[in-house]
Design a protein around this ligand. Structure first.
Ligand SMILES: Nc1nc2c(c(=O)[nH]1)N[C@H]1C(S)=C(S)[C@@H](COP(=O)(O)O)O[C@H]1N2
Ligand SMILES: [Mo]
Length: 209
């Protein structure tokens, strides 16, 4: 098992998929601040507001009817584990625009993910509209587990084999996500305010601010 991990890690390094200072893991560590929020379908909603033509609000039943996408990502956690070829399923922000549901104002330039217990995470609009970001309900074919963000989380990952300046650490995806706020200016999220680097580029090792 250990030997296999080392071999896989070497393979990823050779393929240029292992960022500096990272190690491959087969596990899926759980990391967050505070308790795991309960999910109450009756009171749960997902909202989109800010620099948009019309604010949106979805119940859980409505959210599950949105156009769905599957994505494969390499995940890079700032605590130095990387997990490769993970499978996520959910809704991309781009698909909401394509479906005519979401219309952004030209002034929208940044996005704040708003989660339970006032957790937040900020990303530039460019990344949120790219394939690197998904509003995920499923991981590896199963609904998210409570500790990984059930029922919905933002996931930001690297596209396998497509090294990019937009590859950011995994903390930039908010678990227990309840909304997206589009803004004109960048505002720091929870971990960014706690001292993490605002850009979080994995290739430049932008860990602390
Ligand atoms: N709501 C919420 N989301 C969060 C966090 C958090 O504290 N609260 N921590 C972030 C951090 S620091 C990491 S590394 C990842 C971990 O996700 P995982 O527990 O699924 O591995 O979630 C991110 N999303
Ligand atoms: Mo983290």
């Amino acid at each position: 098992m250990f030997q296999n991990r080392k071999e896989m890690e070497e393979k990823m390094r050779k393929e240029g998929r292992l960022p500096p200072g990272q190690a491959l893991t087969d596990r899926f560590p759980v990391l967050h601040y505070g308790p795991i929020p309960p999910f109450n379908e009756a009171s749960w909603n997902f909202r989109i507001w800010g620099e948009v033509e019309k604010p949106l609000k979805f119940s859980w039943a409505e959210f599950t009817q949105l156009p769905r996408t599957s994505m494969a990502y390499d995940l890079h956690c700032v605590t130095r584990w990387s997990k490769f070829d993970t499978q996520w399923e959910g809704v991309t922000v781009h698909s909401l625009i394509d479906a005519g549901l979401l219309k952004l104002k030209p002034s929208a330039r940044f996005v704040m993910q708003r989660a339970e217990y006032d957790f937040s995470s900020n990303l530039p609009l460019e990344i949120v509209l790219s394939e690197r970001f998904i509003l995920a309900t499923h991981f590896n074919g199963h609904p998210l587990t409570p500790e990984h963000g059930y029922p919905l989380r933002g996931v930001v990952g690297a596209l396998p084999g497509q090294k990019s300046d937009q590859d950011v650490y995994f903390w930039k995806g908010a678990k227990w996500l309840r909304g997206l706020e589009f803004t004109t200016e960048d505002h720091k999220g929870f971990w960014e305010m706690a001292g993490y680097h605002n850009n979080a580029n994995v290739w430049k090792e932008e860990r602390l601010g």
